[in-house]
Design a protein around this ligand. Structure first.
Ligand SMILES: [Zn+2]
Length: 202
C-alpha cells in the first residue's frame, strides 16, 4: 500500500515582457509556468514542499529554471507574479493533525478508563491478557466480586493479534470450569506488570 506520494500541480502561467534572454540575447517576452510541489498522504493533498518555476524564451524557445536566470529577470518575476500556495493546499495537513490529535486523545482516554476500571472492577469487565508461553492473547471475564476477591472465567480461545481480541470475546468461549480467583490487589499488580493489557467494559 502506498501511503504517500509527491505531486506537482500547475499554479500559474503567464508572460514576462521586455526581458533579455541570456541565451539568444534578444529583448523579448518569456513564457513562465509555476508548479506547486506537494506531498500527499493517503491521497490527501497534504502540504506544499516547494515550487518549480520554469521559463521559456519566446524567441529561441530555450527553457530555464527561474533560479538560474539573471537577477533582473528574477526581480521582474518577483514584482509581477504572485505565486503563493492557496490556503487549501494546507487543508490536508490540518486534517491529518486533527486526526492524530484525536487518536492520541482516544488512546490517553482509554488508558485513563482502564486504570479507573482496574481500581473499580465490575461484573462483566473483560481483561485482555497475554499468554505467557505462547505469543498469544486471550481474555478473562469477571463473574463475581466479593469483599476482597475477584472471580473470573477464562476464554478458551486465543488470538496472536491483540487488535483481534474482539473476535474471541464471545459468551460461548467462556467456560464455567475455567474459573479463577484473584485478590483485588493481585489484579492491580497484574495490570502494572502488563499481564493484564486492557480492560473492556461493555
Ligand atoms: Zn532566447
Amino acid at each position: 500500500m502506498i501511503l504517500w506520494g509527491k505531486r506537482e500541480k500547475k499554479l500559474k502561467e503567464g508572460r514576462l515582457q521586455q526581458v533579455t534572454c541570456p541565451e539568444c540575447h534578444s529583448l523579448t517576452s518569456m513564457h513562465y509556468i509555476v508548479f506547486g510541489r506537494y506531498i500527499d498522504v493517503f491521497w490527501i493533498p497534504t502540504f506544499p514542499i516547494g515550487k518549480k518555476k520554469i521559463i521559456e524564451c519566446d524567441k529561441c524557445t530555450e527553457q530555464f529554471f527561474l533560479k538560474n536566470l539573471p537577477q533582473p529577470i528574477k526581480a521582474k518575476f518577483k514584482t509581477e507574479v504572485s505565486t503563493r500556495h492557496s490556503i487549501w493546499s494546507f487543508s490536508g495537513l490540518v486534517a491529518i493533525i486533527s486526526l492524530i490529535s484525536l487518536l492520541i486523545f482516544v488512546v490517553v482516554k482509554d488508558d485513563i478508563n482502564d486504570k479507573n476500571y482496574i481500581n473499580n472492577p465490575m461484573i462483566g469487565d473483560v481483561y485482555t491478557i497475554k499468554l505467557e508461553r505462547k505469543d498469544r492473547y486471550t481474555t478473562m471475564k469477571i463473574t463475581e466480586i466479593t469483599q476482597d476477591s475477584i472471580i473470573v472465567i477464562y476464554n478458551i480461545e486465543s488470538t496472536p493479534r491483540r487488535a483481534k481480541i474482539y473476535s474471541i470475546d464471545k459468551a460461548k468461549n467462556y467456560m464455567e470450569f475455567s474459573k479463577d480467583r484473584f485478590s483485588k490487589q493481585d489484579i492491580k499488580d497484574l495490570y502494572h506488570e502488563k499481564f493484564i493489557y486492557e480492560v473492556d467494559r461493555h
